[in-house]
Write a protein that binds this ligand. Structure first.
Ligand SMILES: C[S@@+](CC[C@H](N)C(=O)[O-])C[C@H]1O[C@@H](n2cnc3c(N)ncnc32)[C@H](O)[C@@H]1O
Length: 236
């Protein structure tokens, strides 16, 4: 567990709750979006914009976004040639927020939004050409409890959600389906690595970029692939 990352996430959580200037609407990627209370704000960090821009959307294919928040990535996927998009979130406000932004941008017919703890709301046979999660990559220590739904946006106690994602996501991929994870150097890469190893997944860094906010953070788009031979690798 990294105390610097935990402090950074706690400061970001306070900003979400206490910022009197938190907007009810924001502009990102040339579009206006609604932002509801209790939902991860794509305005305080560049993470949503970076990943949404970097994802190689499977044109003509199905796309699943885990943890859709305000719905930016899911809506852009639906506008980027994915005829069927599924967006899941454990947070009820995020589900409603994504529905509203899907309607606002005219993709409500292509975007299904479900409240779900990981993949629980899906049928066991459902498969997708791409699954993506901009994860709650800050590892919280034993005893830490996500007290509100918003906590889930930032903290993952002992990486329990990550473990379930790595175990369950491959079962929901089509044969050539791709599994992407939005991560950063605030996350615990050693814990992620050992969990990927247990789940027989290799990790490739597709893209990374450093941005200086209060401090410099490297945002990383990772691809996780079923590992057939050899050990876990992280290639740059
Ligand atoms: C870093 S936020 C990203 C939100 C949004 N995708 C974005 O980029 O703005 C992580 C999201 O994952 C969701 N999440 C965390 N744990 C989850 C779980 N067990 N099941 C479903 N969603 C979860 C959070 O509620 C949050 O919306």
């Amino acid at each position: 567990m990294n105390t610097r990352s935990l402090a950074r996430a706690q400061a970001l959580l306070r900003k979400h709750v206490e910022d009197p200037a938190r907007p009810a609407e924001f502009n990102l990627l040339g579009r206006d979006w609604e932002l509801m209370d209790g939902v991860f704000a794509p305005t305080y960090t560049p993470v949503t914009e970076l990943f949404t821009t970097w994802i190689p959307y499977p044109s003509g294919g199905t796309f699943l976004e885990m943890g859709c928040g305000a719905g930016v990535t899911a809506v852009v996927a639906a506008q980027s040639g994915c005829p069927r998009v599924t967006a899941l979130d454990i947070c009820a406000a995020a589900v409603e927020n994504t529905r509203r932004n899907a309607a606002r941008h005219g993709v409500g017919d292509r975007l299904r939004v479900l409240r779900s703890d990981m993949f629980d709301a899906l049928g066991p046979e459902e498969r997708f050409d791409m699954i993506f999660w901009n994860s709650n990559f800050v590892e919280a220590p034993e005893g830490f409890v996500n007290e509100t739904e918003l906590h889930h946006a930032l903290f993952d106690p002992q990486y329990q959600a990550h473990r379930r994602f790595l175990e369950q996501a491959p079962r929901h991929l089509t044969e050539d389906g791709r599994l992407l994870l939005g991560f950063s150097d605030l996350g615990s890469s050693s814990l992620l690595r050992s969990m990927c190893d247990e789940a027989h997944l290799s990790v490739t860094l597709l893209r990374a970029e450093k941005r200086t906010l209060e401090e410099t953070i490297e945002f990383q788009l990772l691809e996780l692939r079923a590992r057939r031979h050899g050990r876990w690798v992280m290639t740059r």
